[in-house]
Design a protein around this ligand. Sequence first.
Ligand code: KG4
Ligand code: ZN
Length: 338
Amino acid sequence: MYVLGIETSCDETGVAIYHPERGLINHLLYSQVEMHSEYGGVVPELASRDHIRKLVPLIKQSLQESQLNSADIKGIAYTAGPGLMGALLVGAATARSLAWAWQIPAIAVHHMEGHLLAPMLEANPPEFPFVALLISGGHTLLVKVEGIGHYRLLGESLDDAAGEAFDKTAKMLGLGYPGGPKLTALAEHGEPQIRFPRPMTDRPGLDFSFSGLKTFALNIINALELDPNKTAQDKANVAAAFQQAVAETLSIKCKRALQQTGLKRLVVAGGVSANKQIRSYLAEMTTKEHAQIYFPRLEFCTDNGAMIAYAGCQRLMAGQQQSLEIFARPRWPISELH
Ligand code: KG4
Ligand code: ZN
């Protein structure tokens, strides 16, 4: 059963083909990053228009590269939310139309479920149950995962998502969009001499708050602007200290989540999980907490079609059916899934 996956929730057009026995057959990604970087962030209307231009050619290319034709595809999985409404509608309408034309089922996939299941595409996938830390541009979630569709929210960000904090702090440092990877590159040349707070770690609970880190960074950057002796090194030091604070805060909360649930397996996914320092802080839990940590490969940390094809395939194999409605939800809590 070949399943076509379509991801268009934000600024990446992702297409993939997955087969339950043969694994991932093909995946293609077109990133709009260059187009949006001119504006310093994602422009929703431009994102939708570019998905319209790129999606169908990418689907054709994916079929060609896989040496499959449309008759081989037995289901279509598309990201139905959360995300930018216009961008989601491009993927949803295309998926539904192709499914109608090809007389096969289409299934609406939750974007964060896609991220959460991305490590399943690796050679050594985690077994259920596990705790998942999902860190992306729009979400920071800790979830107890008993199985596909069995998600209990343990904690979430009360304000900015981890990726959003990276992006905003990068902007304040004068780095372009997308900020996460740029801030990380700068941090490599810096020393974390400034002590940023570790928000919400001094009280019980598994929620996060990252907007304070951003404000803390802003105050330091503003002070630096006025300092006649400032150097490029100072900015790198701010980036390093910020990144370390995020990494340590995430690892404190993950440790707590494992303790609270009594679980030993931790899945870390979403765009921010590509961050080297965050990966290494969390990987330390392997020795210190005897935990097993699972990450997607780097290219599947950020948005991609492979995770959507995988998630949709699991749901289709479980017999899930949906009406012919074009389903898109810009806001969609993961705890509403079943
Ligand atoms: O999962 P994703 O591709 O899209 C959403 O679902 O939001 O995540 C994008 C986020 C952005 O905020 C981006 O800056 C951040 O992930 N990101 C990173 C890194 N790579 C991407 N943040 C920190 N370090 C990175 N290496
Ligand atoms: Zn994402």
